[in-house]
Design a protein. Structure first.
Length: 250
């Protein structure tokens, strides 16, 4: 007599994305975690379920099933992605910036129009988006390099190297200089989409790390000496950071 056996469900794995009640859920194993937990990844518009071990991912998925209302509520308030397309308007360092299609290569660029900015790029659809993003990154690098130069000089430090990232959880980072080095700063290019005073605060914050690698009182004294209180800028990033992360995404 033949018996039919139902296949065992495949085990859950780190990095796997599933749906629970229609909500995208990404599974993550973190050995340092003490318990299963859920958090919103606004950039990817999904919930991350973290477990201390792969064995407990099943428990994390079950926990997510019990928190459907919470998960749906978190995703409901995530700003919709902002498409970069001709005719649109975004903000660049606090100034309105109109997007338009360039008719020829000589017309490509980011231009100051007095009452605002104008970004002109070639192409349509995804090609336009890619080229517009390239122009924004170039502007971000120039602006953040200049603010880094100002703050490093104010601190009596040589100009560090500056590069851009598209990090989802950090607006900036600093590699303090070793003897004979100048240090290295990394910024999210998306700071160019924030007001200029917010981007300036992040530059001051990272430059202060050239001297103080921690967030102790001496570090904050350096930041305050450069830009004053950090509270308004940090609050702005908490409130609007998810929107910045959605710019240029489908």
């Amino acid at each position: 007599m033949a018996f039919a056996f139902s296949p065992r469900p495949a085990p859950f794995a780190h990095g796997q994305t599933i749906e629970v009640g229609g909500v995208p859920l990404r599974l993550k194993v973190n050995p340092r975690a003490r318990r299963v937990s859920l958090r919103l990844d606004a950039r990817r518009r999904e919930i991350v379920a973290t477990a201390p071990s792969a064995r407990r991912l099943k428990e994390a998925v079950a926990f997510a099933g019990e928190r459907l209302i919470w998960m749906r509520g978190q995703l409901a308030v995530v700003p919709a992605p902002t498409t970069l397309a001709p005719g649109g308007v975004i903000e660049v360092l606090g100034r309105p910036c109109r997007l338009e299609t360039a008719s020829r290569r000589a017309d490509v660029g980011l231009f100051d129009e007095g009452d605002g900015l104008r970004l002109a790029a070639l192409g349509e659809g995804d090609i336009f988006t890619t080229r517009a993003l390239r122009l924004l990154r170039q502007h971000a690098l120039a602006a953040l390099t200049e603010r880094s130069r100002v703050h490093a000089a104010a601190l009596g430090r040589p100009m560090p190297t500056v590069a851009l990232t598209d990090a989802k959880s950090r607006w900036g980072s600093c590699k303090p200089p070793r003897p004979g080095e100048v240090g290295a700063l990394r910024y999210s290019w998306r700071l160019v989409l924030a007001p200029d005073w917010v981007a300036d605060y992040v530059a001051a914050h990272e430059c202060a790390h050239l001297i103080e690698a921690n967030h102790g009182p001496r570090f904050w004294a350096l930041v305050h000496g450069l830009v004053g209180s950090e509270r308004a800028a940090r609050a702005w990033l908490r409130t609007h950071g998810a929107r910045l992360q959605g710019v240029g995404r489908a």
